[in-house]
Design a protein around this ligand. Structure first.
Ligand SMILES: Nc1nc(=O)c2c([nH]1)NC[C@@H]1CN(c3ccc(C(=O)N[C@@H](CCC(=O)O)C(=O)O)cc3)C=[N+]21
Length: 292
């Protein structure tokens, strides 16, 4: 069994990007500038956004964190987005999700200039992804593809079961893996909360991408020997024995699944760090495209 070490691979990618940044500086070019908008003070969201800003600093990007109060109106948020759209110094930006309930998420995502949409959530970019045109791939699926590639995990002709149909992970994952590309060419099945005989389907899978948001849902009896398991879940489970008061759990029951797996991602240290690395990669790409 091989651990797919997202922490290590994400550090490799960050180092590669840092080298690119150094040559940009040497050539007198502007370095990439990422902005992130955070609305409210959700603990997990703050952790992720801060991790993104810190990663920018580490590799030499400029970054701007725009912190807005929970009660920010949709109108004000849309104004902020328009400012970032028209600010030539900003190469790419993200609006951290989830947003407060009084804000229409779809409306917000559609307000982002697709050329600065480094999350790849704008319908234009989703469409471009589906058509296999140049775009920004959503960071989590992009990170999973990259992880599979770097460990030379064979996907061509394999049965891939994607658990979950979210717009951010499950859906794009299923599209990418069915496409003719590296870490693609797979036969993809999407399962979700209405799926019947779910375990019968997962037991046929060569590769499982678990992205349903239920902690430790996938157990050893639901997988076959030699399975490749990608765990996208990240839930904070209350735990008094931990200093933070919680532990991080994935969608996979690692204890029972890992003995049967050929490759498996841990949580933490798997898909999460890859997501951040690919956001940086997209921001570098945005800078390069804006140069042209
Ligand atoms: N517009 C937007 N874009 C996103 O990309 C986005 C988002 N909204 N909302 C929330 C999700 C979640 N997400 C994670 C990023 C990094 C880790 C990560 O680095 N996790 C560490 C652990 C971090 C911890 O201690 O909590 C790990 O898995 O090792 C996890 C989750 C990005 N998301």
């Amino acid at each position: 069994m091989t651990i797919l070490d997202g922490k290590k691979v994400s550090n490799d990618i960050k180092e590669e990007i840092a080298v690119d940044v150094q040559s940009m500086i040497a050539n007198g070019e502007k370095v990439p500038h990422l902005a992130a908008i955070l609305v409210g003070t959700d603990g997990a969201s703050m952790t992720y956004v801060n991790a993104k800003v810190k990663a920018c600093e580490k590799i030499g990007f400029h970054s701007t964190l725009i912190d807005l109060p929970e009660e920010t109106t949709e109108e004000v948020l849309l104004e902020k987005i328009n400012e970032l759209n028209t600010n030539d110094d900003i190469d790419g930006f993200i609006v951290q999700l989830p947003l407060p309930k009084h804000i229409d998420e779809q409306k917000v995502l559609m307000a982002i200039d697709p050329d600065k949409d480094v999350d790849g959530f704008h319908p234009t970019n989703v469409g471009r992804m589906a058509l296999d045109l140049p775009t920004f791939l959503p960071a989590t699926p992009f990170g999973i593809m990259e992880l599979l590639e770097r460990y030379n995990v064979e996907t061509s002709g394999k049965n891939v079961v994607v658990m979950g149909r979210s717009h951010i992970v499950g859906r794009p994952m299923s599209i990418l893996m069915s496409q003719k590309r590296k870490a693609g060419d797979a036969t993809v099945t999407v399962v979700h909360s209405r799926t019947k005989n779910l375990a019968e389907i997962t037991r046929e899978a060569d590769i499982i991408v678990a992205a349903i948001g239920i902690s430790e849902y996938l157990t050893g009896d639901m997988v076959k020997d030699g399975v490749v398991v990608i765990d996208v879940g990240i839930t904070r489970v209350p735990d008094d024995t931990k200093k933070a008061g919680y532990r991080l759990a994935g969608d996979v029951d690692f204890a029972s699944v890992s003995p049967k797996a050929s490759f498996i991602t841990p949580v933490p240290g798997g898909v999460g760090p890859m997501t951040i690395a690919m956001l940086l990669k997209n921001t570098l790409l945005a800078r390069e495209r804006h140069n042209k």
